[in-house]
Every structure is written in C-alpha cells, then in structure tokens.
Design a protein around this ligand. Sequence first.
Ligand code: ATR
Length: 274
Amino acid sequence: MSVNVTAKTKIAGIYGYPIEHTLSPRMHNAAFKTLGMDIIYLPFEVKRDSLREAMKAIKMLNFIGVNVTHPHKTAALEHLDDLTDEAKRIGAVNTVVNRSGRLVGHNTDGVGFIRSLREDYGFDPKDKRIIVFGAGGAGRAICSALSQEGPERMMIVNRTLDKAEVLAEKVGGAALGWDTPKLKQEISEAQLLVNATSSFLNLDHECISERLFIYDIVYNHRRNAFVQRAQQKGARIADGLSMLLYQGALAFELWTGQKAPLEVMRGALHKSEK
Ligand code: ATR
C-alpha cells in the first residue's frame, strides 16, 4: 500500500512481541485510506523490558494512540493516566488513546467478542452453557463480557488453576482444572467453547458434538488438528478474525471519533488471509 507520508501524518500502531504476524496494520491502514485520513498505523516490536519507554514514546512522538497486544495487555496498566471502568474491571487494556497528552486505557476485546458472536455468528450467549479456556488478558475480557450476557453457566479452565479461580470469583463463573475428569462432561454439556489462550487447544474429541460452537480466538487455527477434527464431527467453528475486526473497529472509533468502515476493514483482513 502506498502512503503519502508527510510531516503532518499522524501515527497509530500496535505494541507487542512477537508482532510479525499481526493483521491490524492492514485493517486500520485500509480504513484510514478509505476515509482519506492522514494517519498511518505501524507495528512495533516491543519486548517486555521496553514497554515503559515505548509507552512514554506515545506522548513524546504524539501518536494518536496504540493497540497493545501480547504480552503487554496487563503490564500496560501501570503506564496509563486513566482507565475506563471496563478496563479496570477486566484488569487489562488493548487500546490506548492519547487525549492531549493523557494516556487513556480502554479494553475493546470483550465488546468486540460479543459483537462478533452476535452479528457474525448469530449466537446469543443468554441462558447458554459456556466453557472458556484461558484466564489471561483476552480470557478476562471475554469472561467479563460474557458474564454480562446472562449465560446459564460459565466454566473457566486455565493451565494455572489459581488464575481461573480468581477470574471465576470476579465474573460469577466456576473454575475447573485442565486435567480433571469433569472437564469432558462439562464440554459435552456446553453449547459454546471459547479458546482464549494464546496457544492451540488439544482436547479429547470424544466429548465434541455437533451441538457445540467452538470459538478459537487464535486466527490461523485452520491447520490445528483439534479444530479440524471437531469440524469433521460437525461442530461449528469460528476463528478470531471477526473478533479482531470488531475490537479494531471500536479502537478506530476511539482514536478518530468517526464511524469505522467495517466492510473495508473486514475485506482487508480476509485479503490478508489468502
Ligand atoms: P493474552 O493477553 O493473549 O490473553 P496472557 O495474558 O499472557 O496473553 O495469557 C495467555 C493465556 O494463555 C493464559 O491463560 C495462559 O495460561 P497460564 O495462565 O497458565 O499461563 C494460556 N497459555 C499460554 N500458553 C499456553 C499453553 N501452552 N497451554 C495452555 N495454556 C496456555
């Protein structure tokens, strides 16, 4: 994409490590271009020990804001001037807005996830049995958002059980260990299974049925053996592209104050998949 960068061009971007697989620049640059905005979105490789300096750079270089992704969603909190109530409740941010030199932390992951569930997959979490794997930044945002939709039951599974217990207590769910025999039964009774870990799931296929909707926030999961097998068993599958789109659209609106060109952004994401 050719961009006419001048001294007036504003900068947004994404901080993360590793960052080379991010699709966010394509999505946001396509949106800025379509709306004729003089803004460029860049990926920045920021390691854990560079986060403090990188957060200062937002003010120093007058960026309009950034997204923060793995492993900074929680660590970024201490470098912000303000947090939205939602970011406070979740304890993680994915979007930072530079409001005249004050850095405001938002979390658009949870709302993005629910919009994706409802609008792209027609799934209403109300009164459903849900099982979520992961209690990191993404897991906390997703569980927090799901808990407000009135599920019948929400089980939270995490490799480190303590984190699942803390989260379950906060959002009114129940925690479950990864290796407990009860897990299979829970999966076979669930209507929605979310993988909100940063890793591929590898579960026993026995308990997967065609009644299950598996939403894997990892977005290149098609090569994943578990997902392929679940699909063969008739389970409905979603990847993280649609959540990426909706959380990005909200971030775009926070930075620019303008409505995000959703279909342009979606088109850019799907093009980048090929
Ligand atoms: P993110 O912001 O992407 O959620 P994170 O906060 O570092 O990143 O959380 C990563 C999540 O993936 C955690 O739930 C983590 O489990 P732990 O809390 O036990 O660390 C989970 N995770 C990462 N690698 C994993 C693996 N190989 N197997 C299972 N879970 C994994």
